[in-house]
Design a protein around this ligand. Structure first.
Ligand SMILES: [Zn+2]
Length: 318
């Protein structure tokens, strides 16, 4: 039983100065791989199997205990949306925001561990694909660089900016002036990593595999160890610092579902390749959605609610 009456956070300090790293799991309650990986790492730190040399390492095994207890994605609402401090508390997740936001601000790098329902290949999500751009003056390392240490072969960038453009288009399309509904609110897309970036902190989301795949725990554990070794918080147990050179797919467009009778022309899977001009979906009125560039279908959701994200297009980062 996970007790939702409090939030547990474990902080370990190396004896020498260094970076402050935050690793979080179970922002979504039905995604246990982050929790299991974090508990393994806590045990390894306590037993001395992993030695923390420098800096500060904070681990939060379960961010949303209410959702984790129910084994559902959300408690009262999706913790990975509207992620900023709240004055009026209207949900369990609002209370969590007021604990987790200051915790994130106390660190320089955030790694948020997730898993997915459909698909095979683990991947990382970063804000911006620029390898050379340090996110802040403290950690001097770009999110693209961090993602290249995590052991995944695919990195997706520019979700936030694509989502924001999508919300603006949505408001224009539906002639909405005020964001009285969450679908039209630019801040609705803010999750843990968006809040971190707005606070000057480098943040990467790692999607470690399917929810119940035991390999997702290995992916998560390996990523955390590689991250800590590359940042010199620990000595890598295998004594190698591997860089994986993942492909970076930049999101360029989001398409909303507009009617229950809109449909995909194929059973799209995440990362399916498409060439420019290929018809991928059809609206109720007969108009077709065409791929805007040579690239990929990302996060296809045939069950999307009306007015919400149906699929994204991505291209290779130039
Ligand atoms: Zn998730």
């Amino acid at each position: 039983m996970i007790n939702p009456s409090h939030l547990e956070s474990y902080t370990f300090f190396g004896l020498e100065p260094g970076l402050a790293i935050l690793i979080v799991g179970r922002v979504h309650g039905n995604e246990p791989c982050g929790t299991e990986a974090i508990l393994k790492i806590i045990n390894s730190l306590r037993s001395g199997k992993i030695k923390l040399k420098t800096g500060k390492l904070t681990l939060v095994p379960v961010c949303n205990a209410l959702a984790a207890n129910r084994n559902t994605r959300n408690g009262d609402r999706n913790l990975n949306r509207c992620f900023y401090p709240k004055i009026a508390i209207e949900s369990f997740e609002d209370s969590l925001n007021n604990i987790l936001c200051p915790l994130i601000k106390d660190h320089q790098i955030l790694l948020d561990l997730h898993s997915f329902k459909k698909g095979q290949e683990p991947f990382a999500l970063i804000g911006n694909s620029d390898m050379t751009l340090p996110v802040n003056n403290l950690c001097k390392v770009s999110e693209a660089k961090i993602a290249s240490w995590l052991g995944v072969t695919t990195v997706i960038s520019d979700w936030s900016s694509t989502y924001l453009t999508g919300v603006k288009n949505r408001r224009e399309r539906d002639k909405i002036k005020e964001p009285f509904h969450l679908n039209y609110d630019e801040n609705y897309g803010d999750g843990t990593t968006e809040f971190a970036r707005k606070s000057g902190i480098a943040a990467v989301t790692l999607e470690c595999g399917q929810h119940s795949d035991p390999n997702s725990v290995k992916v998560a554990t390996n990523a955390v160890i590689n991250l800590l070794a590359h940042l010199s918080l620990i000595t890598n147990p295998s004594n190698t610092l591997k860089i994986y050179n993942p492909r970076v797919i930049k999101l360029i467009r989001v398409v909303d579902k507009l009617d229950a009778n809109d449909f995909f022309l194929f059973d799209w899977q995440n990362f399916d390749r498409v060439s420019k001009g290929k018809p991928v979906a059809k609206r109720k009125n007969g108009s077709q959605i065409l791929a805007p560039e040579d690239g990929f279908i990302i996060f296809p959701n045939s069950d999307a609610e009306i007015g919400q994200e149906w699929l994204y297009f991505g291209t290779y980062k130039n």
